[in-house]
Design a protein around this ligand. Sequence first.
Ligand code: XMP
Length: 325
Amino acid sequence: MENVRPETMKRINTPELANAFIEEQVAALRAQIGDKKVLLALSGGVDSSVVAALLIKAVGKQLTCVHVNHGLLRKGEPEQVIKVFRDQMDANLIYVDAVDRFLDKLAGVSDPETKRKVIGKEFIDVFAEEAKKLDGIKFLGQGTIYPDILESKGVKAHHNVGGLPEDLNFELVEPVKLLYKDEVRMVGKALDLPDNMVYRQPFPGPGLGVRCVGAITRDRLEAVRESDAILREEFAKNGLEGKVWQYFTIVPDFKSTGILDGKRTFEWPVVIRAVNSVDATAASIEQIPYELLLCITDRILAEVKGVNRVLYDLSPKPVATIEWE
Ligand code: XMP
């Protein structure tokens, strides 16, 4: 497949067109792969999930998925990947618990770009180690989509490092590389992937790592994960899921005083960020109903350990960026 979308290619905007694409791709994947084996890094994001579902449909157990839990995923994500792909779709799925390994490497690293590099490099290393344990893999599946090709010369942006080591000499299988994001979602829906996988908000490759500002510690990372889960749950309950482009919490690396049961405390703040954007180059602030903000604040203060303050970030991009680092 060429890396240029033909002008004649129809925009996939109906379930019928999505089904036709799936049928065509399944046939093409079977022809390309034959009886050989394929490996795929499955993050649980929409792109890799759609590629996994297409490959499962095309070649079943010839596909091995590797899900690396780097400890920076949102609450419930690794469990959902296992449930959907191993339990429901009967895929070969290798789950790698690399939490300690990543957090040990990240200990004391506070520079944002160094953090990204450590996460990206460690991810490639873990994945390559898993790949070397497997025999007879010929192909590597990738969730490259058309904007990746247009923007970053075909390298999936979230890897942030060069790619796999050269001794892993795989041929690439990239069935959605000519599709735009909305088309990938349409195909995911037609493949019966759960809505919260298909329509999920953008999530950076370094995950919660860039929201645990500065050097990551396990306790502050847990505060990010728990507050993010509360925010997502409340947004879903109040009909904001799928309406707000991106929303999450940040826990900066500083403390302030508070008071609980007559005693002074010294704990972290949680910052809530909810923005609207088209392509992440600019973002405006979502006007969350005040009542909802108060309810989320109460829950975070009551349920998240180590936190005594909740703030709402009102800064658009520019001048701020969407993430805090
Ligand atoms: P900023 O913070 O630059 O973010 O306004 C723009 C969009 O990019 C996401 N983002 C990343 N995605 N790896 C990624 O895959 C990264 O290192 C990274 N940093 C930011 C961010 O979540 C937002 O959607």
